[in-house]
Design a protein around this ligand. Sequence first.
Ligand SMILES: *[C@@H]1O[C@H](CO)[C@@H](O)[C@H](O)[C@H]1NC(C)=O
Ligand SMILES: *[C@@H]1O[C@H](CO)[C@@H](O)[C@H](O)[C@H]1NC(C)=O
Ligand SMILES: *[C@@H]1O[C@H](CO)[C@@H](O)[C@H](O)[C@H]1NC(C)=O
Ligand SMILES: *[C@@H]1O[C@H](CO)[C@@H](O)[C@H](O)[C@H]1NC(C)=O
Length: 524
Amino acid sequence: MLCLGWVFLWFVAGEQTSGFNHSACATKNILWIYSLGSVKDLVLFCDLQELRKQDFSHVSQTSPTGGPAHTRCSGHENLAAVQWYKQPQHGGPLEEISRGSAHVQDKGVLQIVASRENSVSSYICRPRIRSPQDTACCIRTVLKVKPRRNESCGDKAQAEQILFLGSTGSIHCPSLSCQSDLQRPRMTWYQDGRLLRDYKENPIEMEAIYDFHEGLYVCDYAQSDNLSSWTVRAVVRVKAIEKDINLKPDILDPVTDTLEVELGKSLTLRCKVQFGFQKDLKPVIRWYAKESPREWELLESENKSTDSTAKSKVIEATTFLREVTWRDLRREFVCFAQNSIGNTTRSVQLRKKDGDTKEFDAFVSYAHWSSPEREDTGSVSEEHLALNLFPEVLENRYGYSLCLLERDVTPGGVYADDIVSVIKRSRRGIFILSPSYVNGPCIFELQAAVSLALVDQTLKLILIKFSSFQEPDSLPELVKKALRVLPTVTWKGVKSAHASSRFWMQVCYHMPVKNSSGFVFNRL
Ligand SMILES: *[C@@H]1O[C@H](CO)[C@@H](O)[C@H](O)[C@H]1NC(C)=O
Ligand SMILES: *[C@@H]1O[C@H](CO)[C@@H](O)[C@H](O)[C@H]1NC(C)=O
Ligand SMILES: *[C@@H]1O[C@H](CO)[C@@H](O)[C@H](O)[C@H]1NC(C)=O
Ligand SMILES: *[C@@H]1O[C@H](CO)[C@@H](O)[C@H](O)[C@H]1NC(C)=O
């Protein structure tokens, strides 16, 4: 016996232009107590199977036709394939509810969306395929929507309820929350349109929650007034989820703390983080760069979720460096990941890809014959700068290998070929510019280096403005242009001489980065 009270309401209808006489349909009254903040939809079933199975003896008296009610839905119709109609409020033919409409139909279940409060509407369903004599094989559902009078009642049972996988759990019927405990009506529960025969109470209690407990639940109970009986219906959306995993995020990638890069090339830094399941997960992933004492956040170009399971969520944050500079090699790139439990960081240092076959860190070019007017001022000569100070600071202090033609190549005099070969074997070309340099034969070294640098990405040139000079008209165009665009460090006499002077800091700035050689860099 079904607890649903079927009431057959008969009326002699006027002409039904739809050609479908639905006055013989079984009628079911549904009361939807509408509560603010509740699920905004309700489901109606087309219980034709129940209609067929039902023992009609108790209702047959109400059938004015007196006809044998058990002939309803007698055929072997596919009762899941049903057609729903809406009866217009002010008469007129039935409106077919098409598949594309706002109402969702699935397996005979009609999901009604955005119903108006305080309204009464009728929905009729019948099988798509039926035997011609089964005119009464249809159900008319009168839906009455009533706002909840006391809103504070609605809080006890939410329209969306969460169950934890593996634990015990219970599902509460929202519409009952204002009923007193004394009055415990017999319930009918459905899950995704399926009748749950084992549950007749509120709430439903379950010993262990599984995935399959998820779904759209419907709870019904009967309520009668003097005139008719109603089925009070409520809908609960139930989710079965993992319990919160109370762990800090785990950085899956980068794995290592160094990353090989090529200078001048772009670089994408990826940070892949696994966050354990949390109901209220607020994941944070950031990339930032650190160069003591400063640190600043890098703009994420993308932040996407790559892999989600019931237990975890993997999110990847990427940041993009347009061009890796030597400066980047001295920075730390830090991926920071955070959830409500705590944070995890992973620092990455960029390392220049090995593989250049260069022998020298820098080739130093200077005017070999000092101009006499410089020597008698008692200040540092350009030759002294090149032959003494550069090795003292760059080699002894910072560990760079320099190439000084006089010292390292051919003390007796050099040929053009030697110079080109030496420049090719150097990562940097340092040019100490002065009037004697730009007017002397050494300008050839700069010219050769500029030409080589155009085709060799790993060769960078640094100009040292030792003393001011007039640009000779005879300079090749290429050199003139180079003088304007190349990085230039100005020598400021004795005050530049000290190893920790601004001059040397600037020179170091343009030098290649040393790695794993045990040298500590001046942080700029
Ligand atoms: C509809 O059916 C009812 C009962 O089956 C009948 O009394 C009524 O005359 C029918 N109406 C039309 C328009 O056929
Ligand atoms: C509303 O419901 C709450 C809790 O059930 C109750 O305490 C309160 O008195 C009710 N208010 C009204 C106006 O009925
Ligand atoms: C139900 O009947 C009682 C008395 O029998 C009456 O006072 C009440 O107004 C009726 N309710 C409705 C909804 O007709
Ligand atoms: C990261 O966590 C540590 C404790 O583990 C805390 O001291 C620090 O403030 C956190 N950092 C941020 C940015 O929240």
